[in-house]
Design a binder for this molecule. Structure first.
Ligand code: SAM
Ligand code: SF4
Length: 337
């Protein structure tokens, strides 16, 4: 195995999340404005450029690649990109190729993804109520996503449901979501809503996972698990169903000390941290030189600037009343969740 990239805080960087588009066929209220202005096509990395960049990372010891967006499956030609990346799985250089999707296109693409070596897929789903689903996603339709999830399962993909915990929105569905995932044998992770983009409703929507956990404990016996997946999730076991539930709590519990990941936007900016504004432009480097050694040096320089921790903090916004301290002005779809 190639020696990993090491950041200034001795964390080995083994995981890259790549946003392949800022576009999406949904307009989730916590993620995008209803009328978004998307980037001009020339600003996006081409699929060939994405291949070159991802391959450079893999050549530097990267083991896990997650494709995200925007909605990755709406990018034209994306299956060809997955097929191209599968050569790194075949060679053993890459351990895992995955994606995060809203599920809308999975019925079309699940078989192709499985054939390209994808074994797991994260599907974002906040509610099992069709009306609420339409309200949250604005443009999405629940049956299409449920069909996609069924297709993924039929193709042999392991499905993990990602649910953003939303006060007054899906609080009342907590047990239903848990039980549905148990019945369908899907993994389940809850995520606290993060202050990205336009903050308008974000503060009112915040539902702490400490509270969510307490609510789960009124019905189930819970055991906190010590294991970590190298990512931000902590886990607990529900004795009654045997399920392992993930909790991603960027606000109420800081997870930066074990962070092993960096993020690449669809325009080639490398964000060493989701919760900081600093980024390095790799597109300029890519387009200026065909020499991969130059590109790898730019990657090393970027990793050398990975900060110790993120800067999310709802408290600070409430104190100073402004949308600056502790909030990222970028939309989540820009950096890729
Ligand atoms: N379109 C794909 C999807 O929805 O899964 C991939 C991109 S989406 C930006 C990735 C994840 O970010 C989703 O699980 C979504 O729920 C989550 N997300 C978006 N905005 C968020 C926010 N403000 N706080 C927390 N999670 C957010
Ligand atoms: Fe699209 Fe995913 Fe953002 Fe929803 S969360 S608008 S599906 S990118």
């Amino acid at each position: 195995m190639t020696a990993p990239l090491i950041d200034p805080f001795a964390r080995a960087i083994r995981y890259l999340r790549v946003s392949v588009t800022d576009r999406c066929d949904f307009r989730c209220t916590y993620c995008m404005a209803e009328h978004m202005t998307f980037l001009p096509k020339a600003d996006l990395l081409t699929l060939e450029e994405l291949d070159r960049l991802c391959s450079a990372f893999i050549g530097m010891g990267l083991r896990k690649l997650r494709i995200t967006g925007g909605e990755p499956l709406v990018r034209r030609g994306i299956i060809g990109f997955f097929q191209a990346m599968s050569r790194h799985l075949d060679s053993g250089a890459l351990e895992e190729l995955t994606l995060t999707t809203n599920g809308s296109q999975l019925a079309r693409f699940a078989d192709d993804l499985a054939a390209a070596g994808v074994r797991r897929v994260n599907v974002s789903l906040d509610t099992l109520d069709a009306e609420k689903f339409a309200q949250i996603t604005r443009w999405g339709r629940l049956p299409q996503v449920l069909d996609g999830i069924r297709a993924a399962k039929a193709a042999g993909l392991r499905v993990k449901i990602n649910t953003v915990a939303l006060k007054d929105v899906n609080e009342d569905e907590l047990f239903r979501l848990v039980e549905w995932c148990a019945e369908e044998d899907h993994d389940l992770t809850f995520i606290e809503v993060m202050p990205m983009g336009d903050l308008a409703d974000r503060l009112g929507q915040f539902w702490s996972l400490a509270d969510l956990r307490a609510r789960l404990a009124t019905r189930y016996h819970l055991t906190d698990l010590l294991e970590r997946s190298g990512g931000p999730a902590r886990y607990l076991r529900i004795s009654e169903t045997g399920q392992k539930i993930g909790l991603i709590t960027p606000l109420s519990h800081n997870f930066c000390e074990s962070c092993n990941r960096v993020r690449l936007t669809c325009t080639g900016e490398l964000f060493p941290c989701l919760g900081q504004e600093e980024a390095s432009d790799l597109r300029g480097v890519l387009r200026a030189s065909p020499d991969d050694a130059v590109l790898q040096q730019a990657i090393r320089d970027a990793i050398a600037r990975k900060p110790k921790g993120h800067d999310f903090d709802y408290g600070r916004q409430q104190e100073d009343g402004q949308k600056i301290g502790g909030q990222m002005r970028r939309y989540m779809s820009h950096t890729g969740g």
